[in-house]
Design a protein around this ligand. Structure first.
Ligand SMILES: Nc1ncnc2c1ncn2[C@@H]1O[C@H](COP(=O)(O)OP(=O)(O)OP(=O)(O)O)[C@@H](O)[C@H]1O
Ligand SMILES: [Mg+2]
Length: 261
């Protein structure tokens, strides 16, 4: 049996444009797998296929060898969590409540009744609260538990979003451009954090990291898949991928385009 998430020959078209063409990849338990590529290469489209926002025209997905038809609202129950570009936190809730919301599917009664002041199990509530605190602590942001997300620096909000995803106890975490908007120092901290996720003492999770930031991907991934114009142009461990002429071309091409823009 094939453990973990696998994409088999995925193809996505938007009208006449081929966004993904025959893309296959696998994320096994214990792994951090990166997807890189220049602007428009198809990274976000691939992320959206795994989240169920985009339905592929061709190809299949499997989770632990079983057919997977992802739907955004069912991901958590499949053991998959994600963060999105931007943090998407609830502005009206505290940091702790945001993280509790991430785990609320594990409670017998939902978080919504609690927020509406309806009766619910105290034990569930305490358990959720303790778990959310533990995750905030692990990410080094427990001091901000009572704060409103809007009052916090971007790098902290980013961690809160990560904590909310982890609170759901995923076996697989999907990250789209987590380094977007972070300074060099924060990227280093994030790299360390991501590298540790498959080796957490409780709830270890594999990671699929979609990222434009080449240095971060090189630093944290066990394996990298390089997309260009929707196709896989290279795949393998970072040290091998770095040497691939197709990667150098794709990235030098992108760098020249950006310099010209
Ligand atoms: N909903 C959509 N409708 C039409 N075209 C789309 C749609 N989403 C993406 N595309 C196109 O598909 C291609 C791949 O886009 P995608 O956003 O996946 O690239 P990306 O690698 O994430 O780029 P970036 O680095 O800029 O985030 C691009 O040409 C894009 O314009
Ligand atoms: Mg993108």
């Amino acid at each position: 049996m094939e453990d973990g998430l696998a994409l088999h020959h995925i193809g996505v078209r938007f009208g006449g444009l081929t966004a993904l063409d025959d893309v296959s990849l696998r994320v096994a338990p214990g792994e951090v797998v990166g997807v890189i590529g220049p602007n428009g290469a198809g990274k976000t489209t691939l992320f959206n296929v795994v989240c169920g926002f985009v339905t592929p025209h061709t190809g299949t997905l499997t989770l632990d060898g079983r057919p997977l038809r992802p739907r955004p609202h069912r991901l958590t129950r499949l053991g998959i969590a994600r963060t999105l570009q931007g943090t998407g936190l609830f502005a009206g809730l505290t940091v702790l409540e945001n993280v509790m919301a991430g785990a609320s599917h594990t409670a017998r009664t939902g978080l919504l009744p609690a927020l509406l002041g309806l009766p619910r199990s105290d034990r569930d509530e305490r358990r959720l609260r303790r778990h959310a605190h533990a995750v905030l602590d692990e990410l080094g942001i427990a001091a901000h538990a009572g704060a409103a997300p809007g009052t916090l620096p971007f790098a902290v909000r980013q961690r809160v979003a990560l904590a909310r995803a982890l609170a759901a106890r995923p076996r697989l975490l999907l990250l789209d451009e987590p380094a977007g908007g972070l300074g060099a120092e924060d990227v280093d901290g994030l790299a360390e954090l991501i590298r540790g996720l498959p080796h957490r003492a409780t709830d270890p999770c594999a990671v699929l990291l979609v990222e434009h930031h080449m240095d971060l991907v090189m630093a944290v991934c066990d394996r990298i898949v390089v997309l260009d114009f929707g196709r896989v142009v290279a795949a393998g461990p970072p040290e091998a991928v770095r040497e691939e002429p197709a990667v150098v071309d794709a990235y030098l091409g992108a760098a020249v385009d950006e310099a010209a823009a």
